[in-house]
Write a protein that binds this ligand. Sequence first.
Ligand code: OOB
Length: 553
Amino acid sequence: MLAGCTPWPTEFADLYRERGYWQGETLGAFLRERAHRFAERTAVVGAGQRWTYAELDARADRTAAGLARMGITAGDRVVVQLPNRPEVFEVVFALFLLGALPVYALPAHRRAEISYLCSFTEATALVVADTDGGFDYRELAEQVRAETGGPEHVVVAGDTGGRPGMTSLEQVREGGGAGPGATAVPEPGDVAFLQLSGGTTGLPKLIPRTHDDYLYSVRASAEICELDTGTATVYLAALPVVHNFPMSSPGFLGVFSAGGTVVLAPDPGPATCLGLVETEGVTHTAVVPPVAMLWLDAVEGGAQAHRDLSSLRVLQVGGAKFSAEAARRVGPVLGCMLQQVFGMAEGLVNYTRYDDPEETVATTQGRPISPDDEIRVVDSDGTEVPPGALGELHTRGPYTIRGYYRAPEHNAVAFTSDGFYRTGDLVRRTPSGHFVVEGRAKDQINRGGEKVAPDEVEDHLLAHPGVHDAAVVAMPDRFLGERVCAYVIPRGESPARAELLRFLRGRGLAAYKIPDRIEFVAEFPATGVGKVSRRELREAVRAAHVPTDRETA
Ligand code: OOB
């Protein structure tokens, strides 16, 4: 296994193989097999293109050969920051074929995050789009290079604009020739890619997923979601496809496993997505709660009421808690089934099942994929609570990691000594084994499914000369569930809010981490041992009910 990763103990690895979870397939071979089986079916639609499985496979092959010619080889890390366009599949499958590891960055990430990912993983290459949504990713790549001195290669999906030291994806593909590029075939037990954790402390942690463990979660998810080769699945990827939810729950990999079609939406808005549902005959899609609410309102409120959504069979909602009230509207308004999905990039994924009673689907976040997902619900001492009682969810299983990449100190707190991942989620379990997510034991902020680690934002605030101290907490929000609120103790006179917001943007922080509200205070409430009491701050902001600064600035 890649250095800096924690393997499963042998007895667990043996068990997972014996039970047929780990089948010894790699992601590269997975696509190759489907490409032969479903050659002429449409694999992907997006950005004005339609590729068959055979085309996707041929492109991935040529790109792999081209990347190999550039010197990218097995074990190399390659930061991939691409929007929802077909090239994202070409690139990641090319990397899988080579045994090089995609490091998945979100399109929303900016200089701070991309520089960190490139340096921390010692990436040999960065793959970006030219521009998307009015943002120039080539400029970002240049800033990252200036800041970090790396990575060696920048590949642009689109036009390099003649920038020095950048290669277009087309040049890579053309330079590949016909020969197979791979120098070594990756092992199924190897790490296939690094996924970003939402993070609870400091900079985002990296999650190493193996071919074996990930493909198990994909196969099992496809089965639970009844994607099979006999029925035509058309899956709309409304969220950024490099997130775990649209990637594997069952996501594009689940759809590819069944020979279905993935339609890539450039944005999750109701006009774009419901339009695509109608024109492409979408059968399944996955969204976060605020997006589901926008769609419901757009159909109910009239703006999208004219859409023919009759092809849509399943709307999956996950990433953050979906309220029971909103859940109950899905069937009547959109005319499809709801499936709640409670997952995490670290592994464990829970689904409500299609044959669950309606009330279970509306009020729970589902139950685990695997009979070998081990679950403990514990109190703050780590003792298991009685059935049905509230506690923190700890889990271990055939597709849940045993440690983050290169993070021994953090691993010592994030995992128990016997290898359970401490999710930080407060849950209750129903007699049927379904989870109800009630809150969080971790400090993370869940901004409509986008995860923010408070101290990452605090560190950026503390870099401002006018900031003496900063504490960042979640503030409740009807639409996003939570937003980001920063409490700031100024050094002398308070800096202007707009100036602080500008400062944070200037530091290259992704937009979703920029505080929605800034409160200036003289001091922070303290806990018994003198630490900042985030709990009291959360309560204070909850009591305040005030507009956000981003709305008023
Ligand atoms: C998904 O993955 P991540 O890694 O972005 O975030 C995981 C965290 C969970 O620990 C939990 O705090 C929260 O997001 N979460 C939910 C939830 N789904 C995720 N909280 C309440 N209700 C839900 N349904 O978010 C993710 C990964 C795979 C599939 C779906 C979501």
